[in-house]
Design a protein around this ligand. Structure first.
Ligand code: NAD
Length: 482
């Protein structure tokens, strides 16, 4: 389908939409001229990503911090720079292996033919990224798409405009427009982007927007990978080491001030351990951030709107008489939008905090009587992006893992399955469609093309018409052996 048939007439388009069309046409033309990017060119592209990420480290640190109000420098180095560069290095190291055709077994009646799966670039890939890790979530999918030999167009979030500009300039400093390019703009640009007939579209963001993205992409039958969010539970088992578990939960929840797609959303604690869990998380958070007003280690909430939403979720719980434990300064500085870690102890299920993804440093801690109650609670909601289980009782662990479905799991820690590049990363159900990272990312952005190589000694013609008694004999033999 031509781009314009799915979108508005050219005369009605904004300048941003015309620029989008121009770049898409340019990339399509380049793809048509060179549909298969060589191994060497792909390695060169991965090197460009590594170079531009490292060269712009300081700019990214400053831009993200300015966009957020404050973003801990080390969080930017670890979660944006190191994660992106190490993902690109892993792709570089494994690219030859990933690009190789995969041999598969050929059934006896089709021998001596050969069967292979041959990875092929899809063409032009679109990437829509969110604001919470604005460099990593734009570049990590680009690494996978470039490794797979595609051309890439990235639409970053309008909520981090300085970072989007820095990203646009950094990409432009290394790549030609027909190889990899960043398009900035607001929600309208995002909508036009989703209506562009890409060969694949990867969207990272919220579930409601993800649904709209999938609907727009469906008009072109553009395949989508949707990296979404949701309420990721923590299950603390009776067998857990509470001191170790609460330390790790406090870290997972306060990283980027809870604005992490795989942040623990709420905790299910054994009834008997509830007080120890609340005290443990509070104590661990105080050690991480002794004074959130003054430390630059604690990240701000990204916008006044997001800050107000989080505050009102806490106020609703307060109005309902729920026990609230605020860790750190009660008069956290509004200009910097720093929100202290706030524990909500055993809230009712019908408050906002228990109905929507929190995406900030507020942590409901619920008491449960048993593992089965924890499982039932999780299965009563949408399938989460991540699940965390703490304990040493392997039977209880396996029961939770087998009876719940989540995008991914870390056992006895929080967040870290995401950083294991050899594990596919993605959601399931409302938390996402498809996956990337490592080889799974390469495959997401490749057409894994099945090819059957027939042999000149093929025997298939024995089953051609005219059908005779000999055909029946061969058929009866085949039906015995197949
Ligand atoms: P969002 O859905 O509001 O926006 C994401 C992107 O989509 C932005 O670039 C935005 O400009 C664009 N956009 C908004 N409306 C659009 C539309 N109608 N059509 C096309 N594009 C549109 O999400 P956000 O607030 O930026 O990010 C937070 C959400 O993202 C959370 O739910 C979080 O869990 C999720 N998330 C998921 C992952 C993951 O890897 N699974 C990672 C980070 C964030």
């Amino acid at each position: 389908m031509a781009a314009d048939t799915a979108r508005t007439l050219d005369a009605d388009k904004t300048d941003g939409e015309r620029e989008l069309d121009r770049l898409f046409a340019l990339q399509k033309k380049a793809y048509a001229a060179t549909p298969f990017i060589s191994y060497d060119q792909r390695i060169a592209s991965l090197d460009k990503i590594i170079r531009l990420t490292e060269a712009n480290e300081e700019k990214f640190i400053e831009a993200i911090s300015a966009d957020f109000g404050n973003r801990a420098k080390h969080e930017t180095i670890i979660a944006e720079v190191v994660v992106t560069v190490s993902g690109a290095k892993l792709a570089r190291k494994n690219l030859k292996k990933w690009m190789r055709p995969r041999g598969v077994a050929t059934p006896i009646h089709m021998l001596p033919g050969k069967s292979r799966i041959e990875p092929q670039p899809l063409g032009v890939v679109g990437i829509i990224s969110p604001w919470n890790y604005p460099v990593q979530l734009a570049l990590a999918p680009a690494v996978a798409a470039l490794a797979a030999g595609n051309r890439v167009m990235i639409k970053p979030s309008e909520l981090t405009p300085r970072t989007s500009e820095a990203l646009r300039d950094a990409i432009a400093s290394e790549f030609a427009e027909d190889e990899c390019v960043v398009i900035t703009g607001g929600v309208e640009t995002g909508q036009a982007f989703t209506e562009t007939p890409f060969d694949h579209l990867l969207f990272t963001g919220s579930t409601p927007v993800g649904i709209r993205v999938a609907q727009a992409a469906a008009k072109n039958l553009t395949p989508v990978t949707l990296e979404l969010g949701g309420k990721s539970p923590v299950v603390i088992d009776e067998s857990a080491d509470i001191a170790a578990a609460t330390k790790s939960i406090a870290h997972g929840k306060t990283l980027n001030a809870g604005q992490t797609c795989v942040a623990p959303d709420y905790v299910l604690s054994p009834q008997s351990k509830l007080d120890a869990v609340v005290d443990g998380i509070a104590g661990a958070a105080r050690e991480l951030y002794p004074d959130i007003d003054t430390t630059s280690d604690y990240t701000s909430i990204v916008s006044d709107r997001h800050f107000a939403r989080l505050k009102s979720l806490v106020e609703e719980a307060r109005d309902r008489g729920v026990k609230i434990v605020e860790i750190g300064s009660a008069n956290a500085l509004h200009p910097q939008r720093k929100l202290p870690l706030t524990l909500i102890v055993d809230p009712p299920q019908d408050i906002g905090l228990m109905k929507e993804e929190i995406f900030g440093p507020i942590l409901p801690i619920l008491r449960v009587q048993s593992t089965d109650e924890a499982i039932a609670h999780i299965n009563g909601g949408d399938r989460p992006l991540a699940l965390y289980w703490y304990g040493s009782d392997n039977d209880a662990r396996d029961r939770v893992l087998q009876k719940t479905v989540s995008g991914g799991v870390t056992v006895n820690d929080a967040i870290w399955h995401v950083a294991q590049e050899n594990l596919p990363f993605g959601g399931v159900g409302k938390s996402g469609v498809g996956a990337y990272h490592g080889e799974s990312g390469f495959e997401t952005f490749s057409h894994m093309k099945p090819v059957f190589y027939q042999s000149k000694f093929a025997s298939g013609s024995l089953l051609h018409p005219p059908f005779t008694a000999r055909t029946d004999k061969i058929l009866s033999f085949l039906r015995k052996i197949l």
